[in-house]
Ligand binder design. Structure first.
Ligand SMILES: [Zn+2]
Length: 505
């Protein structure tokens, strides 16, 4: 709940309103009017708001906190009008069965109110002097001048004042606020990337802390994207940081990616990796992608219109290398490997923005092994039969499914007639998150499996001839190649798209 009032806040009454028999904790924050700011004495304050707008935004902030911290009830009241020294300007109360959730929710509301609430503050000084101050940057105004903050970086001849302007104008999306995303986002923020969006649906877990350097033990249980964004705002208040605390899905990926200067793939799952890659390719946005396995890491920059794409890259590789060890599912992780690869992603992104990327940066796979401290740069081979980036088939033809993969003379890919010639087969519809299979219009005996569930896929494929299908007919081919590379010759992909798969909403 959120309320605006021009009357003094009666906190005892508010506390009573929050009372709940199952509540074991009540965390309260009170914001008071103080008699100084930025070295100047203050005699009183005035708060002004667009009431309706402020109420809507305030309500959104408190209900987000209640959703992200189940069990919490949040009440926030903000004053408007003229306030004297020592008066209560904002009161936030959170009750919850347990104190930890209440602390986290209260902190989230404090941060978001300060950042998002359309309330303006006018400071009155002695002698009838007054000035409007920006609530979001008031604590840093005057202390953090950009020319000081970026001085050591802007003095690099490769950056300079002009480079600093390019960085300030850049907009970067970081998908995954984990072992890779934390260091990557930290360096992008401190380097002055003007707009940075962090996308992650996860919550901070104890087992994340050894490598996910934006989080502390106090953050366990809180939404990763929200906490990371708050941490980065504190690190560099001069840039705009946004949190997208939900999954990247086929339904929202286009909106998230379009118009970005670059996108970072810091994810840990196969489905999102391909989804981001394809969306970036379609939107003409460079993708800086990293994957880590124990002591080894791999970095790729996929530039738009460049051949040698993600589909080519993983066509002949064991499936193990598709799954990074940075995930939350309990895989072993050597923290410095994800740290190093995240920092490398930040470096490649800054180089893209500053125009410092070399042709080799955009066409090579960089490999790092921290166990023997070796590095390698391999030319990234383009698969001439790749349905996504090869010159044989244009990507626009691939998107509307109007080409025949079978013309590529690839025995992995079969037409519906050739599938019939195989005899009894198991057909699998590979679903992205949100997608559904319309069984009535699918081929008989089609089984739906999540694209990311490689374990289940291997299990089914081991039983006999298997034909993979998917909504666009592209990832099914990539997966079929991949499983073949693991020694499963009985696996095929059906040419073309499967219209029985309905897109996610
Ligand atoms: Zn390709």
């Amino acid at each position: 709940m959120f309320e605006l009032t021009d009357q003094p806040i009666d906190f005892a009454a508010l506390r009573t309103r929050l009372a709940r028999p199952d509540a074991g904790a009540c965390v309260v924050f009170e914001g008071w009017v103080r008699n100084h700011h930025a070295g100047k004495p203050v005699s009183r304050l005035e708060y002004e708001a667009f009431d309706e707008l402020a109420r809507l935004e305030g309500e959104a902030i408190t209900s987000e906190a209640e959703q992200e911290h189940p069990g919490c009830t949040v009440l926030c009241v903000h004053r408007t009008g003229s306030l004297g020294i020592g008066e209560l300007a904002v009161w936030i109360g959170v009750v919850s069965p347990h104190r930890h959730a209440a602390f986290l929710a209260c902190r989230q509301v404090i941060e978001e109110i300060k950042r998002r609430l359309p309330v303006w503050k006018k400071e009155h000084h002695s002698g009838n002097l007054a000035e409007w101050v920006n609530c979001t940057t008031e604590s840093v105004a005057g202390r953090l001048a950009p020319e000081n903050y970026y001085a050591r970086q802007a003095s690099l001849p490769e950056v300079g004042a002009a480079g600093q302007v390019r960085l300030a104008e850049a907009s970067v999306l970081v998908v995954g606020a984990g072992g890779l995303g934390c260091p990557a986002a930290l360096y992008l923020a401190t380097s002055g990337v003007g707009r940075l969006t962090l996308a992650d649906a996860g919550k901070v877990e104890v087992s994340n802390l050894h490598r996910q350097i934006l989080f502390t033990a106090d953050d366990v249980g809180a939404a990763k994207a929200t906490v990371a964004a708050a941490r980065l705002r504190a690190q560099n208040p001069l840039v705009k940081i946004e949190a997208h605390a939900s999954d990247v899905t086929p339904a929202n990926v286009r909106a998230l990616v379009t118009g970005r200067t670059a996108v970072l793939d810091c994810t840990d799952n196969f489905a999102t990796r391909f989804l981001l890659h394809d969306a970036c390719r379609a939107a003409g946005v460079p993708l800086v992608s990293a994957a880590v396995y124990r002591f080894e890491g791999e970095l790729n920059v996929f530039a738009p219109h460049q051949t040698g794409c993600l589909h080519c890259l993983w066509a002949g590789k064991p499936a193990l290398s598709l799954e990074t060890a940075a995930n939350c599912d309990g895989g072993p992780v050597f923290a410095p490997t994800v740290g190093l690869l995240g920092v490398m992603q930040a470096a490649e992104t800054l180089k893209l923005i500053l125009g410092l990327s070399t042709p080799a940066d955009l066409t090579s796979t960089r490999l790092v092994n921290l166990l023997d401290a070796s590095t390698q740069s391999l030319e990234r081979p383009a698969d001439p039969t790749c349905p996504v980036c090869s010159k044989v088939v244009t990507s626009s033809a691939a998107e509307d499914g109007s080409f025949s993969l079978n013309t590529l003379n690839d025995s992995v890919v079969l037409t519906a007639e050739q599938v019939v010639d195989l005899g009894p087969v198991q057909t699998i519809a590979l679903l992205e998150p949100g997608e559904t299979l319309d069984a009535a219009s699918a081929p008989a005996n089609t089984m739906a499996i999540a694209m990311a569930d490689l374990g289940r896929l291997r299990e089914v494929a081991a039983k006999g001839p298997t034909v993979l299908t998917c909504r666009h007919g592209l990832r099914s081919v990539a997966l079929a190649r991949l499983l073949r590379a693991e020694g499963r010759p009985n696996i095929h992909a059906l040419a073309g798209a499967l219209s029985a798969i309905r897109p996610g909403r």
